[in-house]
Design a protein around this ligand. Structure first.
Ligand code: ADP
Length: 326
């Protein structure tokens, strides 16, 4: 009971510090001040709460007179320095992205001591929510999402951006159930040499399950962007099995297992899930050492994508909407 008590206390403390970082709920109408491209400003009607992140809070919104709904991501204008930095990078990088599988950044403005990001609305939650609810996706669905995410990674890398925090909880689903990468909090321009150490420090704030082993090692360089391919490997494994491959109770153990590539597919005897050899092989190629990992074009040319049904967007929309929350 003592241990339990301590844990609950610690959890409560974490929660209370977290809540302090979140801005208060916005008023029903939020006013975007006039700017060079919108001389009269805009009023947004605020709708339902979409979710809370580390320091952001997200609501549905609609500009007065417009028909399209958007997501309003709100953060306090005064944040602790480290978060301020994270947020500035996020803003700068996200606002330059334009791709069908990246949450579209519309605008940013300040209102009542908060910064508002106006983003493309993804009303169907995250890939993580769906995979948990469904306890893993079919291989056809995994083909669909892997192609979409690989496309977004190809785009980011071509622009010299490494995401560094790709995970199912950062991939949101639009109204047609397309995947959209939605959080650029740890993204960075491709770095070399000294900056690499800074990157290593900051990247360790990421989620241990998705972290590539070379980030933990010093002195390796030149394949920085391949960390995103590693994360995609973890995502593909997790979409198929509903668990990340190196899941453990401690972070050190997760890192150890990742370094040793110590993971197992569910056994056909104890699991109802059939996972093809092609799928397993694809994951293995993405979890190799950085210099051997495939680039996005090589990934989508893998036999996994031609070894079975590849759904059209309309099939996915139809099938998955039945299990998605309204
Ligand atoms: P943080 O950067 O603080 O981690 P997130 O970007 O994860 O914040 O956003 C917090 C939550 O808001 C998400 O978990 C999700 O539920 C919701 N959210 C974020 N962006 C969108 C969006 N474009 N559409 C719908 N919901 C979103």
């Amino acid at each position: 009971p003592r241990v339990h008590e301590l844990k609950t206390k610690a959890a409560a403390q974490v929660k209370s510090t977290k809540d302090k970082e979140h801005p208060p709920p916005p008023p029903n109408n939020v006013v975007e001040p006039p700017s060079s491209d919108r001389k009269d400003g805009v009023v947004y009607q605020v709708g339902k709460l979409l979710g809370k992140g580390g320091f952001a809070i997200c609501y549905e919104g609609k500009a007065a007179g417009a028909s399209k709904r958007v997501a309003l991501k709100i953060v306090k204008s005064k944040m602790p320095t480290k978060m301020e930095q994270k947020f500035q990078t996020e803003l700068q990088i996200h606002s330059k992205m334009r791709h069908q599988n990246i949450v579209q950044f519309h605008r940013a403005f300040t209102f009542e001591n908060c910064t508002y990001l106006v983003l493309e609305l993804c009303p169907n939650g995250s890939l993580m929510d769906m995979v948990k609810r469904r306890k893993g996706l079919t291989e056809a669905e995994v083909r669909f999402y892997t192609v979409q995410i690989a496309g977004a990674i190809k785009y980011m890398h071509a622009k010299g951006i490494i995401h560094r925090d790709l995970k199912m909880g950062n991939i949101f689903l639009d109204k047609y159930m397309n995947a959209k990468i939605g959080d650029f909090g740890l993204a960075a321009l491709l770095l070399t040499g000294k900056d690499m150490q800074v990157m290593r420090r900051t990247t360790l704030c990421g989620t241990p399950n998705y972290i590539a082993p070379e980030i933990l090692e010093k002195g390796k360089k030149g394949h920085d962007h391949m960390v995103d391919i590693w994360s995609l490997g973890i995502i593909v494994f997790a979409m198929l099995t509903s668990k990340p491959p190196f899941q453990s109770s401690t972070t050190d153990e997760i890192y150890r297992r990742a370094r040793d590539r110590d993971y197992e597919w569910p056994s056909p005897e104890t699991s109802s899930k059939y996972i093809s050899q092609e799928a397993k092989d694809l994951v293995a190629t993405m979890l190799q050492d950085a210099d051997k990992r495939p680039d996005p074009d090589t990934i989508v040319a893998h036999p996994f994508f031609t070894s079975g049904y590849m759904p059209l967007a309309s099939d996915i929309n139809y099938k998955l909407r039945e299990v998605a929350p309204e």
